[in-house]
Design a protein. Structure first.
Length: 216
């Protein structure tokens, strides 16, 4: 069982599909990662767990120290799902989706639909997994081609509000910050949900991360 700590630098064998990030992005990403109600996990190019958010810990019942630095495959039922070659191919795509059963701390399986995207966070090349839907009852969802969201489909105001929602702002807070009515905020959120195919605000946040909509 691999217990070594995750590497501190970007894997030199894996190209960085994102390039340099704007100043301050790491702080914004970290805040959104911590505050999101959707389970999220960051892994490195070797599939070692680098970080998990509070929603992930709550969903699966682990303590943080039980996960950090451990291979992701240890928590995937019948894992690993992808061979090393298949994993490298997925990394090259930059964004990919899937469905797996993960093992909770009590041993029960949690079925999860997820989306993943490659990121550069605090100078490190990482892969962000975001849970789009979960079930503890063994329900299997119908597979379909992932929806490709073009940020250009959203208006500038919708993008702005989606990012604020992703960073944890409430409707009244957004209304106050942008000096618009709460009703207008709700309208923009509903329109954004419709355009990206989100079923709820939580799903909107997850898709915003997975589709790169929170990146300025």
């Amino acid at each position: 069982m691999n217990s070594r700590a995750p590497p501190q630098g970007r894997d030199s064998t894996t190209p960085d599909p994102r390039g340099s990030q704007k100043a301050g992005l790491s702080d914004l990403f970290s805040a959104a990662f911590r505050q999101s109600r959707n389970a999220m996990v960051l892994v490195d190019a070797d599939r070692l767990i680098v970080d998990v958010n509070g929603a992930h810990l709550k969903l699966y019942g682990y303590e943080r120290e039980q996960l950090i630095g451990r291979p992701l495959r240890e928590y995937v039922v019948d894992g690993p799902v992808l061979s090393a070659e298949e994993w490298r191919a997925q990394l090259a795509q930059g964004r990919f989706t899937g469905e797996n059963e993960l093992r909770a701390a009590d041993g029960s399986p949690v079925v999860v639909q997820w989306a993943a995207t490659t990121e550069v966070v605090t100078g490190r090349y990482l892969v962000l997994f975001v849970a789009l839907a979960t079930s503890r009852w063994g329900v299997r969802w119908r597979r379909s081609e992932p929806t490709k969201t073009d940020p250009g489909e959203l208006s500038d105001r919708e993008l702005e509000i989606v990012r604020m929602v992703a960073f944890g702002s409430t409707g009244p807070e957004i209304a106050d910050e942008l000096q618009i009515s709460h009703h207008t905020v709700r309208t923009h959120v509903r329109n954004a949900m419709s355009k990206v195919g989100a079923r709820s605000r939580a799903h909107l946040v997850a898709k915003a991360f997975a589709d790169g909509l929170v990146l300025p």
